[in-house]
Design a protein around this ligand. Structure first.
Ligand code: SF4
Ligand code: SF4
Length: 137
């Protein structure tokens, strides 16, 4: 029997075999890659519409004073949670970041421009705890 639930209300095991889950609403008559994420019409079932930041235990905090906009973090983030515009780092998308720490690992500055902090620490407080430059590196 056909379900009257919206696809967002259904469990994974309620989807019928062959069900199509579309990423965008309606007909896409534009090149998605040329449209900023905030201007795209994501479907409600797109993972972009789900808040998954509560899985995180540690979060990356960005220090804009040290950042050289190299884009390494943007390139390597497995969850497209680094926000960059016109090749300039803008910040972290905490709604989707999982706290894996890869962005911190690949940040080349000394000290790093991204560091992991416990989720409950406020970013302003984290910025006051930044380490000094390491000598000899
Ligand atoms: S911690 Fe992981 S998921 Fe979050 S921004 Fe960094 S690389 Fe992306
Ligand atoms: S990797 Fe580090 S220096 Fe490069 S853009 Fe990201 S935060 Fe800035």
């Amino acid at each position: 029997m056909m379900s009257t639930k919206s696809i967002k209300e259904m469990g994974w095991n309620e989807l019928v075999i062959g069900a199509a889950v579309y990423s965008f609403e309606g007909n896409i008559n534009y090149n998605v890659s040329e449209v900023l994420p905030e201007d795209r019409h994501y479907a409600e079932t797109n993972s972009k519409m789900a808040y998954v930041g509560d899985w995180r235990v540690f979060k990356p905090v960005w220090n804009s004073e040290l950042c050289i906009d190299c884009q390494n973090c943007w390139l390597y983030c497995p969850d497209t949670s680094i926000i960059s515009r016109d090749k300039k780092m803008v910040g972290v998308d905490y709604d989707h970041c999982k706290g894996c720490g890869i962005c911190v690992e690949v940040c080349p500055t000394n000290p790093k421009s991204l560091l992991m902090f416990a989720e409950q620490i406020k970013n302003e407080e984290a910025l006051t705890q930044w380490p000094e430059k390491t000598k000899g590196e």
